[in-house]
Design a protein around this ligand. Structure first.
Ligand code: FES
Length: 166
């Protein structure tokens, strides 16, 4: 395990300890599962097996239950995000202006599904709700850069632009 992952696991552990669940009953502890998984994903960026095992132990649930929840919800990811995470806004303003087609075009061009990362580690693809830039709909965020008023014909060009950055 990398030193970086180790220190992040420690951070997750400290967060769970701060919830003061020690001594609480099983049902109460389990009720925190989704909340803790969200926090862990914020801290680490994804949910590797190591953190799932830690959460299972701390919340007194079976590791297979944690795995079941992680794989059931598509907002949880077991793989690290790409260097350039692509977030396609599917909020109403963007959706009515065709962001669904843009998402499909990214899938086609990159050969990945939502919440997957390309083999070269450059891109991962995510669907998000309103990012607060509705005036520019349809909007795609790549990393923290906003791209607005896109059509599906812009997808190829955008991918090329970021690929060239390396
Ligand atoms: S709905 Fe896409 S930015 Fe608001």
């Amino acid at each position: 395990m990398s030193v970086e992952l180790e220190s992040k696991l420690k951070e997750v552990e400290e967060y769970i300890d701060s919830l003061e669940l020690e001594g609480k009953d099983k049902v109460t502890k389990r009720s925190y599962l989704i909340h803790v998984l969200h926090r862990a994903q914020e801290i680490i960026g994804y949910l590797p097996i190591e953190v799932q095992k830690l959460i299972a132990k701390k919340l007194d649930v079976h590791a297979s239950d944690v795995y079941g929840v992680v794989t059931f919800y598509n907002f949880f990811s077991m793989k690290p995000k790409g260097k350039y995470p692509i977030s396609v806004c599917l909020g109403t303003a963007c959706y009515v202006r065709g962001s669904g087609d843009i998402l499909e075009e990214f899938k086609k061009q990159l050969g990945i599904k939502e919440n997957e990362t390309t083999e070269d580690g450059l891109f991962s693809l995510h669907a998000v709700r309103c990012v607060g830039a509705c005036g520019l709909a349809p909007v795609v965020m790549i990393g923290d850069e906003v791209h607005g008023r896109l059509t599906k014909n812009d997808v190829k060009k955008l991918i090329k632009e970021y690929r060239e950055r390396g």
